[in-house]
Design a binder for this molecule. Structure first.
Ligand SMILES: [Zn+2]
Length: 370
């Protein structure tokens, strides 16, 4: 197949051979509106061969940055369907656009394509687009009649207005402009269950969750927190390296948020910034690490230590109020007050010094939920 070097090849027969004599001059970006990996999407394309709705694209870019090529760039992949009302005016309605375009699918799990690209996926997509443009002398800019890059929405605004969905076009243009003089972008690292070293600790679970299989850590991680865990740290084994194993399941510290304790930190999922607003947090990032010196994480971590003291304070307060009501000995009253103050000071100290452990946190969450 003519195309990108070093990518996985999973060819299918859903294409117009040799573009029926035409030449590629546009790159069309798509979102898969479902699916989990580039390989799965490529398998799906192959399964549609010979059916009533055979489809394909030249490339599929996975959320982990994996690129699979399914159709040679010299052939016309069946990716773009038909032009519909409201399409960009430069499309020539007398020509099947599949014969003049190179299509790139981006794996997005949401059926409305609402996912942003992962950093690894974006880096792979940008490089692939730049290389395609170089191979076919396609202008590295927004599409017009003479060529360029656009989304499926440009051809089929009736049915594909959200294809590819969120895509960082401004960053793409900046990348393509600087690309002739700037070496390739920084690497973005993301772990998957297939990443060597990960499956010792994690196994797949329902709904795309991971279940920790290490003894004593039988908890699940999913959704935004899993996405955060896969990327956190951007080196080594990301979340497995820097956050470690889960100590709890996901729970709700505050309405509209959730959180999860790991051995090395507490992840908060807070898309609306109800709990905190860390400096520099990207608007597309739903998760961050919890404060340990204040707030729910500090209270939860320290609660197994502070609960007995709070019990003592309650009993001392009862004695104090009894002594005050009966006109008790002023020295006795002062001594009770001093004991209460001392316990309160100890609580403050314990909260500041609290050290997380699985058993303590589990007890604390049980207490919180009572
Ligand atoms: Zn599409």
């Amino acid at each position: 197949m003519i195309g990108q070097q070093g990518v996985i090849q999973m060819p299918n027969n859903n294409f117009f051979a040799n573009r029926e004599g035409l030449r590629a001059k546009h790159v069309i970006l798509h979102g898969t509106a479902g699916g989990s990996s580039a390989q799965n999407i490529a398998s799906y394309f192959a399964q549609t061969q010979g059916t009533n709705n055979p489809v394909s694209s030249h490339y599929v870019v996975g959320q982990d940055g994996t690129i699979v090529q399914c159709v040679s760039e010299s052939d016309g992949a069946w990716a773009n369907g038909i032009l519909t009302a409201g399409h960009a005016s430069f499309w020539d309605t007398s020509i099947n656009p599949n014969n003049t375009t190179i299509s790139i699918e981006h794996v997005k799990s949401a059926t409305d394509n609402s996912n942003a690209l992962t950093p690894a996926q974006q880096a792979a997509s940008f490089k692939l687009i730049a290389d395609i443009c170089d191979r076919w002398q396609i202008p590295k800019r927004a599409a017009d009649g003479s060529g360029g890059i656009t989304g499926h929405f440009s051809l089929d605004p009736v049915n594909r207005s959200n294809c590819p969905g969120p895509y960082n076009w401004n960053a793409l243009w900046a990348y393509l402009n600087g690309q002739s003089t700037t070496p390739p972008q920084e690497e973005n690292i993301m772990i998957e269950l297939s990443t060597p070293g990960v499956s010792q600790f994690w196994a797949p679970s329902a709904d795309g969750y991971w279940r920790c299989i290490a003894p004593g850590h039988d908890h699940r991680v999913g959704g935004d927190i899993l996405s955060f865990y896969k990327r956190f740290g951007n080196s080594g084994l990301c979340g497995l390296t820097y956050l470690g194993l889960p100590l709890t399941d996901e729970f709700v510290p505050k309405s509209g948020t959730s959180a999860q304790f790991f051995e090395h930190g507490v992840v908060v999922r807070d898309p609306n910034r109800v709990i905190d607003r860390p400096a520099g947090l990207l608007s597309t990032e739903h998760c961050y690490l919890a404060h340990l010196d204040s707030g729910f994480a500090q209270v939860l971590v320290s609660q197994p230590l502070t609960t007995p003291l709070n019990g003592k304070i309650k009993s001392l307060e009862a004695q104090l109020s009894a002594a005050q009501n009966t006109g008790g000995d002023p020295a006795e009253i002062a001594a009770l007050q001093a004991q209460i103050a001392a316990h309160q000071a100890t609580i403050t100290t314990l909260q500041a010094q609290a050290v997380a452990s699985a058993a303590k946190i589990q007890q604390a969450i049980a207490l919180l939920q009572k």
